[in-house]
Design a protein around this ligand. Structure first.
Ligand code: BGC
Length: 448
């Protein structure tokens, strides 16, 4: 199966708040997710990441799982309030020590660390000062990047300043279904600009510290038009713009769409910072989105009520299988989005990575205790086939990280969704590799 390029980077991904637990340990400050989870009704099962996978104390076991899986790399995130409890100022050495231990363990296991700096856990103190609605937060991210690079840069080669600016903007500040739970709708747009500015400033700080492999992890999905009617096509085109290209054009071309850009608090030089050249661009892919004119589609998506003011609505993709989360399974969408990037950016496109792809399935254990998650295996297999199809058509993709190594705290869903190759019993903290873990490891070995 020699269809992956030489040196292709195989990995698994997680994020700090979703797995670490230990929210009060060793001087960690509060993040917006601690605060959000404490508000009644915000998390579907009333839970929080306070304990999660207790990875903070069990990281050695989890590194062993990565080693046995046979991945080249592990994408984790550093918790900003562990390192800077108020987001700025005094560095918490004990918090950095944890990542020292983790990175040392990974290196000893022959697994390359890939560090995400911001996977949604904004320090609460910064949120109290306006969070991502204010420009200052972008500068704080840049400073934090320098602190982490200074401590870990001798062993961490690969860096991801931010994860999914789209979700933070839309879910966190637009619809309020993620932390910090603000419901500004289009008033949330400055958040997108400040996150991107933070990404650029952090990239520059990492470069100044000598980093030679810096990317981004941004979610992208093909937009499918609900019908051929002019209103549906117009609505889908607008959604595609804010969903995909607003973020990617800024990073890869240093430009915003003229109409949207006029609504953003852009200062001279910002777009140059935002488009600081990257070594690669990471795409998180889950499924396409079908979009039509306002009022024509679903009033609720993934249990989230859609405000009437939106200039588009979502139509179901129901002619395909769905995961236990209700997400449509459309592997060809991965080929489609990769080709769309290659076509849109041409020679200006750096190599791509798939920084997340995976699915929520909760198959029960059999009488022998084994969890045979055939549907996850099929999901991974079909998406990797779709990835190879894009590579065969000339798209330069250098790596694939599955989401996720472990079942974990799935944000507003709590523990109801299980994305892991490894099942976690959240009462006993026992880890049980599923059949997909074996399958993924076999696939990696066969591809070499
Ligand atoms: C996020 C992860 C999340 C996953 C599944 C991505 O949007 O980066 O944190 O768990 O998707 O929802």
């Amino acid at each position: 199966m020699a269809t992956y390029p030489d040196g292709f980077l195989w990995g698994a991904a997680t994020a700090a708040y979703q797995i670490e637990g230990a929210v009060d340990a060793d001087g960690r400050g509060a993040s917006v997710w601690d605060t959000f989870c404490a508000r009644p009704g915000r998390i579907a099962d009333g839970s929080s990441g306070a304990i999660a996978c207790d990875h903070y104390h069990r990281y050695a076991e989890d590194v062993q799982l990565l080693r046995d899986l046979g991945v080249d790399a592990y994408r984790f995130s550093v918790s900003w309030p562990r390192v800077l409890p108020t987001g700025t100022g005094q560095v918490n050495g004990a918090g950095l020590d944890f990542y020292d231990r983790l990175v040392d363990a990974l290196c000893a296991a022959g697994v390359a660390p890939v560090a995400t700096l911001f996977h949604w856990d904004t320090p609460q103190a910064l949120e109290d000062a306006g969070g991502w609605l204010v420009r200052d937060t972008a500068h704080r991210l840049g400073e934090y990047a320098a602190v982490v690079a200074d401590r870990l840069g001798d062993r961490v080669a690969h860096w991801i300043p931010i994860n999914e600016p789209r979700e933070v903007t839309m879910l966190g500040y637009g619809l309020g279904v993620h932390a910090p739970g603000r419901t500004g709708l289009f008033d949330a747009l400055p958040v997108a600009h400040h996150l991107l500015l933070g990404h650029g400033l952090a990239t520059r700080a990492l470069r100044a510290a000598g980093a030679t492999s810096v990317g981004i992890a941004a979610s992208h999905s093909p937009t499918w038009t609900a019908s051929d009617s002019a209103p549906d096509r117009e609505a889908a085109g607008f959604f595609d713009l804010i969903n995909n290209w607003l973020f990617a054009d800024a990073v890869l071309r240093g430009e915003y769409d003229a109409d949207l850009g006029a609504l953003l608090p852009v200062r001279d030089g910002d777009l140059e910072v935002i488009s600081t050249p990257l070594d690669w661009y990471g795409i998180n892919y889950y499924n396409p989105t079908r979009v039509g004119a306002p009022g024509s589609g679903a009033q609720e998506v993934d249990g989230i009520a859609m405000p009437e003011e939106l200039p588009f609505s979502f139509a179901p993709i129901d002619d395909v299988p769905h995961t236990d989360f209700g997400w449509p399974v459309v592997p060809e969408g991965l080929t489609e989005i990769l080709l769309a990037f290659a076509e849109r950016y041409g020679d200006a496109l750096p190599p791509l990575m798939i920084t997340e792809n995976g699915c929520s399935y909760d198959d029960p254990a059999g009488p022998d205790g084994r969890i045979v998650d055939e549907r996850r295996i099929r999901y991974l297999d079909s998406h990797l086939t779709a990835l190879r199809a894009a590579i065969a058509q000339g798209v330069d993709v250098r790596g694939y990280f599955t989401w996720s190594l472990l079942d974990n705290f799935e944000w507003a869903e709590g523990y109801r969704q299980r994305f892991g190759l490894v099942h976690v019993d959240f009462d006993s903290q026992v880890r049980t590799p599923r059949a997909s873990y074996q399958w993924f490891g076999d696939h990696i070995r066969a591809s070499r």
